[in-house]
Ligand binder design. Structure first.
Ligand SMILES: Cc1cc2nc3c(=O)[nH]c(=O)nc-3n(C[C@H](O)[C@H](O)[C@H](O)COP(=O)(O)OP(=O)(O)OC[C@H]3O[C@@H](n4cnc5c(N)ncnc54)[C@H](O)[C@@H]3O)c2cc1C
Length: 475
């Protein structure tokens, strides 16, 4: 069917490469109206009291929308930007341009589905259709050996089944042209208009990477990581690192906003294997992308059950509420240096390593038994790479309410010594402990008063005493 005009509603797919929504609209219509909607609900307060979108992610999103607009302008097109509920804005835009249909990405988590349903209903009332496409995973759900509703709830058998039976589809090319007539574009809302302090954000010199939003920045990082820095060669050995840009790919913020397609990354891994080397490390980056897929499909299967205190397994655990303890955790003041360093990195930069995330989540949920959902909600607010399925799925996994029934408690002290043996990471984020000999950096409470005086660190004054005795917690 040929349509005259199609609205393309960009959601978490802020790119032109491998974008099935855009490709399908281009195949069907002769004129495209690209739209991005800043939804006030995305900037509201969560039920746990945190801003749903923190300032750093809001900035990354603005940059990504700006970049999308610039790329579209390069193709003689435009990006219409609006502020409002999608179910109000999209019918209005569709009417304004007399569009035949609206095309968009479909997403698996409940709130995103709810928004999609509201848009579909509002368009139907106008006699228009919403055409959706699944565009954000490595494997397409239609190709899975088992339908999403019946997939295994445990990662390993699911992955083995998938790897043995299917291949990711090839990424779709970017279009050369996006035909659009003159469009009423509007300004991209400022941070102040989105409810944030407008003062410049600044960048912490200790940040692992300068994350700039947008498709070009994401593709540049992919090329830098894989080809220029040759990091894929040893990813499996470095991926548990804590310091610097290259221990892991740092592609997550672009993946979360859809500035990068996982199939594009997979295609680069494939090319690297053909042109340079194929080893455990090249396999492992695809393995991590499969984890990402797993949580997306798990949300398609279980939906809102992921947000229950007992999670998808309805586990019977008494979760505690303790505002003071939570605030110490969130502000990096627990007195356990490895936890505090990671939380301070998150607060200062919007990023934390996977190793750090596992440990701080386990500390909150397993050592303190504080409601794991408050931690997940705090991460939702702070992370630049926040993705509802990856975040809540991983939190539930660590808290024992998600996709694995084994005990997921991390021994934080053991982990600290193993992954930060010289205490370099901890002292980077806790300068008050700088100068302590390595044997005390991870366990400053082992210093007696005389040793504290010798090293100029007074516990309880320069740095907090630990809020939980970890040795007791492990018992
Ligand atoms: C408590 C907790 C919360 C998390 N919240 C998020 C989140 O909101 N958004 C997010 O993208 N990741 C989340 N992760 C997963 C993981 O920590 C990050 O994806 C990773 O640290 C991002 O850095 P990277 O891009 O350098 O990762 P790499 O090691 O280079 O991995 C490449 C990509 O694989 C995917 N990936 C890797 N590990 C995981 C995983 N365990 N689960 C799902 N996908 C994975 C990511 O898309 C990542 O960008 C969370 C993990 C934990 C334990």
């Amino acid at each position: 069917m040929t349509e005259d005009t199609a609205v393309v509603w960009f959601r978490s797919d802020l790119r032109l490469h491998d974008n099935a929504t855009l490709t399908r609209a281009l195949e069907s219509a002769t004129r495209i109206v690209p739209v991005f909607v800043f939804d006030p609900d995305a900037f509201a307060t969560t039920t746990f009291g945190f801003p749903k979108t923190g300032r750093r992610r809001a900035q990354f999103l603005r940059e990504s929308v700006q970049a999308l607009r610039a790329t579209l302008r390069g193709l003689d097109s435009e990006l219409v930007v609006r502020y409002g509920r999608p179910s109000t804005v999209l019918p209005a835009v569709a009417s304004e341009y007399d569009a035949d249909a609206v095309y968009s990405q479909t997403l698996p988590a409940p709130e995103e589905r709810h928004v999609e349903t509201a848009v579909r209903t509002a368009l139907r009332d106008q006699g228009r259709a919403l055409q959706t496409a699944w565009t954000h995973t490595l494997y397409h759900p239609a190709d899975l050996p088992t339908p999403v509703q019946n997939i295994d709830d445990t990662f390993t058998p699911w992955r083995q089944d998938v790897e043995a039976t299917i291949e990711p589809r090839e990424p779709l090319p970017s279009p050369n042209k996006v035909p659009s007539s003159t469009l009423d574009v509007s300004e991209i809302p400022t941070l102040a208009a989105l409810g944030f302090d407008d003062a410049p954000l600044g960048r912490d010199q200790r940040a692992v990477y300068a994350f700039d939003g947008g498709e070009t920045a994401g593709l540049d990082r992919l090329a830098e990581y894989v080809w220029d820095r040759d990091c894929l060669r040893e990813y499996k050995e470095t991926r548990n690192g804590l310091l610097g840009a290259d221990y892991s790919s740092k592609l997550s913020p672009w993946l979360a906003h859809g500035c990068l397609s996982p199939r594009q990354i997979y295609a680069e891994i494939d090319r690297y294997e053909r042109e340079r080397v194929e080893n455990d490390s090249t396999y492992w980056l695809g393995f991590e992308l499969a984890w990402r897929d797993f949580f997306q499909f798990q949300f398609a299967k279980h939906g809102a059950a992921f947000f229950r205190p007992g999670g998808i397994r309805d586990r019977d655990v008494e979760w505690h509420t303790d505002e003071d303890a939570f605030s110490r955790w969130a502000n990096g003041q627990t007195g356990v240096p490895f936890v505090d360093a990671n939380m301070r990195e998150l607060n200062a930069t919007g990023y934390m390593s996977n190793r750090g995330r596992q440990n701080v989540a386990s500390f909150l949920a397993n050592d303190r038994r504080l409601d794991w959902r408050t931690g997940a909600s705090y991460f939702e607010s702070r992370l630049i790479d926040y993705d509802v399925c990856s975040n809540w799925g991983n939190w539930a996994y660590v808290a024992g309410t998600g996709n694995d029934s084994r005990d997921k408690r991390f021994d934080v002290l053991w982990q600290a010594h193993r992954y930060d043996p010289a205490g370099e990471y901890v002292t980077q984020w806790l300068p008050e402990l700088d100068g302590l000999p390595p044997e005390y950096v991870h366990e400053p409470w082992r210093m007696d008063t005389q040793t504290q005086r010798t090293h100029g660190v007074e516990l309880g004054s320069d740095y907090p005493r630990p809020m939980v005795a970890l040795e007791d917690a492990s018992e």
